[in-house]
Design a protein around this ligand. Structure first.
Ligand code: MN
Length: 205
């Protein structure tokens, strides 16, 4: 289990084939204003890769971009709506096909309104992750060890979560509905970027 830190791109050939867990850290929640600072990737085999972008980066990152845009690779997110929008806006690629553990959780854990990553990892995997660094300065030229470990922990459990969530989606007969939601997610992110961020276009009012 190692956290690998890279500047401006992922090295070629560091990921095993198959689904990859993806997360991002930014300067804030308003995508066009708050630049993309870090992209985290894990192939689920135990290591995590952090790719950090400097201020003024052109986000060329050909290796990372190829992995994110690869239609053969499923991308696992927790609240992918935000990450997909950030990656689209800054890197110009739609990082799909998509699986989102938050959407899966909402479709099956109907007995709770707690769908945060920390809560999911605790309930489904019996592990504890810290969210202390969530609101830290991701633009700092030197990221602390605590920041790096936090960033890595956000992709560390997504493969295991998917396995547990899939069992429950099958059990409750909601796999097909979940898949339809995952397929729509890049379009929901596009609506965020295009000017409908907090507007539900399906709502009556
Ligand atoms: Mn994160």
């Amino acid at each position: 289990m190692t956290v690998h830190f890279h500047e401006e791109d992922l090295p070629a050939g560091v990921l095993a084939p198959g689904p990859i867990a993806v997360d991002t850290e930014t300067m804030g929640l308003i995508t066009p204003r708050d630049r993309l600072c870090v992209v985290q990737i894990s192939d689920g085999k135990g290591d995590e890769h952090l790719v950090r972008f400097a201020p003024g980066s052109d986000y060329a990152a050909p290796n990372l971009r190829a992995v994110l845009a690869d239609p053969e690779r499923l991308k696992l997110y927790h609240f992918g709506r935000f990450d997909i929008a950030a990656i689209k806006h800054y890197m110009g690629v739609v990082a799909a096909p998509v699986y989102c553990t938050k959407i899966a959780s909402r479709l099956i854990r109907t007995y709770t309104d707690r769908h945060g990553l920390k809560e999911l990892v605790r309930e489904l995997l019996g592990q504890d992750i810290s969210k202390q660094q969530q609101s830290s300065d991701w633009g700092n030229p030197v990221l602390s060890d605590a920041q790096k470990d936090y960033a890595a922990s956000d992709v560390r459990f997504l493969h295991a979560l998917k396995a547990e969530l899939d069992k429950r989606l099958v059990r409750e007969g909601r796999m097909e509905l979940a898949q339809a939601c995952f397929d729509f997610l890049p379009h929901r992110a596009e609506l965020d970027l295009a000017g409908w961020p907090e507007i539900d276009i399906f709502a009556h009012m």
